[in-house]
Design a protein around this ligand. Sequence first.
Ligand code: C2E
Ligand code: MG
Ligand code: MG
Length: 689
Amino acid sequence: MALVQFIANTTFASIYGALKSEKPLWETWKTQYAWTFITYFVGAVSAGCLLKASDTLGFGVVAATFPIIFFIYLTYRMYMKNVEMATTQAEQAESYAKILENQSAALRESEERFRSAFNYAPIGIALVSIDGNWLKVNRALCDILGYTEDEFLAADFQSMLFTEDLGNTLVKIHELLSGKIPTCQLEQRYIHKSGATVWAAWSVSTAGGESGHHRPNLIFQIQDITDKKLAEQQLKYEASHDALTKLPNRAFFMTRLEQAIVNSQFNQCHKVSILFIDLDRFKIVNDSLGHVFGDRLLVGIAERLRDCLRPDDLVARLGGDEFTILVEGRYEAAEVVRIAERLQEKFAEPFNLSGHEIYSSASIGILHRSEKHLSPEDMMRDADTAMYQAKRAGKACHEVFSEEMHEDVKTTLQLETDLRKAIEREELSVFYQPIYSLKSNKIQGFEALARWHHKTLGLITPDRFISLAEEIGLIDALGEQILRKACQQGQILKKNFPADSPFTMSVNLSCKQFAKMDLIETIHRILKDTGFSPHELKLEITESVFFEHREKAVGMLHRLRDLGIEINIDDFGTGYSNLSYLMQLPISTLKIDRSFISPIDAEGHNLEIVQTILTLADSLGIKVIAEGVETEAQMEQLKKLKCEGAQGYFYSKPMSFDDTNEYLNGNEKKSAVVPSSEFKDVSVLATIQ
Ligand code: C2E
Ligand code: MG
Ligand code: MG
């Protein structure tokens, strides 16, 4: 019965187990219940035997066997437990093995991924030992620095850096290794295998060494930023340099000057001086030869400026035709003056611009810094003042700034204000200087010369206010007033003029007036308003008009001639006359400048230039008037050379309108013939300068 029950029970249990583990029924039964069966069977047989034995041997003996049976039972239980534990352990080991297998596959995969990321990364990556040996480098780094992997491994990190950058790098790495900073970034130069400079942005962090067993290594990430750096440098260069001459520009100069001032404030021995250079008549070159030549001249000038400097001096182009030189350090003031002299000498040599020989000169203002110069602007202002004084002193020279110059500038400013008012109130007057015919010895007309009666300074001559009026843009108004007055008063003077001489009135026109489009219309209107005949008017212009206004001036002069007005070239010989120009122009008279007349003496010395001008004018059919005739001998010599006209203190100084009227009345009495000692006396007496 026990067997039947056991077999039935274990069969059902085995069916369940077989279905669960998907193993054959017999196999399941065998592994799970075979031993149980055997022990049950042995137990049952033993029980039967015990029963039989108790019948024959007695109960006491049988009872004595119970501990043995219990022991057998315990042994069996232990055995079963062991079997169960072994099974569980096997199952656990199996699942551990699976996990380990999965993990090592993932590790392999991530290693693979890391390797390919390292090798193919677009930025350079390197593992460097803390001794500076390259341990591993990727392809990108090989490309960036031009070395092969083997060459890298044979070299060290320091050998690829510029010596001057090494200190900074090592400090950073030290901070990193000592744990002060977790990582660091720098932009730095590296040396390419070819020797070229490679700019790189790199960041570095430590790798390994946490356990303390190994020394850490350094992982560098290096990105090539050479193009960016070059573009940056180019931008910086362009922002601080002049595109044409490649010299530093104003901004750069001012920054350096500011630094120089700070240095000299801290150190008494550190001196600072500047030379402010402005080219003379540069506009004429630009206007006559064109901007291309003007630009070439500026480049040539920049080169010569560089040649004159000491290595530490800085030359900059401020703009236009203005340059500056900064001199700083320990030096004598005389050295700065010597720089200016060297510059003037250099400028005296002609510039050869594509076959054109051009002479240039510069006015130079020198300023030595004093305690009161606290900013670059202070220094520039005073250097500019000194330069302005050099211009006024006749150009092509240098002036050292002094406090008196400051006063001069103030006076000029005051004069400027007063001139504005005088022009506004039409306070300027006209003086007249007679012009004589050398052939007939008779007066042939007057030149109208502007005068200004200043309330405190007295009578001021045009040398002091015409250029000022040009600078402040009032020359058109001034010119218009003088022309109108000359025409109005000319109408009156004409009445007292000798009847047998044709009357002419010469009026000066500034070169700047040619910039005004309606100049011809204005002249026409004045003639109409005053009723003055255009045939009696002569306009005096200087040669610079042709250079400053070229074609436009030629056109305007033709229109004036068409109105019946004659054109005189004033101060002839002092400008840049291109003689071929003269032939194209509607010029009636050349007025030889006083500088060629005053050297003429009684023996007829220094007549060559006058002679040449007369021959030239004769061949072009142009009349000639000599300016600044002061002696009888000069007059006689000019007469001999057949010069048509003369003007100068020998005849009369310029006179006020009233004096001129008186002069004419006296003159008429003398039939307007000169020179007579009596007449000369009258004219001199009548002249109030
Ligand atoms: P400019 O037109 O050549 O005038 C002749 C200048 O020489 C005058 O000076 C006259 O006083 C001076 N002069 C004449 N004879 C002699 C002489 O024998 N010896 C000496 N040492 N000087 C003599 P001023 O009146 O001072 O005029 C100077 C210049 O100012 C003029 O030279 C002319 O270029 C300019 N100017 C005068 N008035 C006007 C004007 O209304 N408009 C313009 N745009 N310029 C004017
Ligand atoms: Mg004149
Ligand atoms: Mg003149």
